[in-house]
Design a protein. Structure first.
Length: 175
């Protein structure tokens, strides 16, 4: 077995469950998360970018995040042809569906952030990674990573405020 294959296998053993959890949080579907995880490891094993990366785990996380958002964009294009039902129904199932729809809108808003802000927001608020790790993954200082996260959250709040009937000032906050 060559060094590239060994690196991919060790990454799968060490980070596979973390990457699958990330994919599941973004796609909200277990079957899709599993498929994207397989696609991720196929891509990582085909190229030499993983071997050249300063931080192979960060590279894998970033690639997984981009795969998930690519999948979400393709799903949104398919759904754009069908109109969404906007009338709320006061049942527990309807409330769950409304919460799920709001989560979809937030994820769409995250997807529309600039790439560095999107990566920083995903790492900070979905993965709950410390600023030091975010800074290392972005190739920036810790202070700059905080600023990127802040700018991403400000944009996200504005996008959500335009989408939802009530402001979502506290929907995304610093843990």
């Amino acid at each position: 077995m060559n060094d590239d294959a060994q690196l991919v296998l060790s990454l799968l053993a060490e980070q596979g469950s973390r990457l699958q959890a990330l994919l599941l949080r973004i796609t909200l579907r277990e079957d899709v998360a599993e498929d994207l995880l397989q696609e991720l490891f196929l891509r990582l094993s085909r190229g030499s970018a993983l071997r050249r990366a300063r931080d192979p785990v960060g590279y894998a996380v970033t690639t997984a995040t981009r795969l998930a958002f690519d999948w979400r964009r393709s799903q949104r294009r398919r759904r754009d042809a069908a109109p969404l039902v906007q009338e709320p129904v006061a049942t527990p199932v309807a409330c769950d569906l409304q919460d799920r729809q709001q989560l979809q809108w937030v994820l769409i808003a995250i997807d529309q952030l600039p790439r560095r802000q999107r990566d920083a927001v995903v790492m900070r608020y979905l993965e709950e990674r410390p600023y030091e790790e975010i800074a290392a993954a972005l190739g920036a200082s810790v202070h700059h990573a905080r600023a990127i996260c802040y700018r991403g959250i400000v944009r996200l709040r504005k996008a959500c405020a335009q989408t939802f009937a009530t402001p979502v000032e506290d929907a995304v906050h610093e843990p």
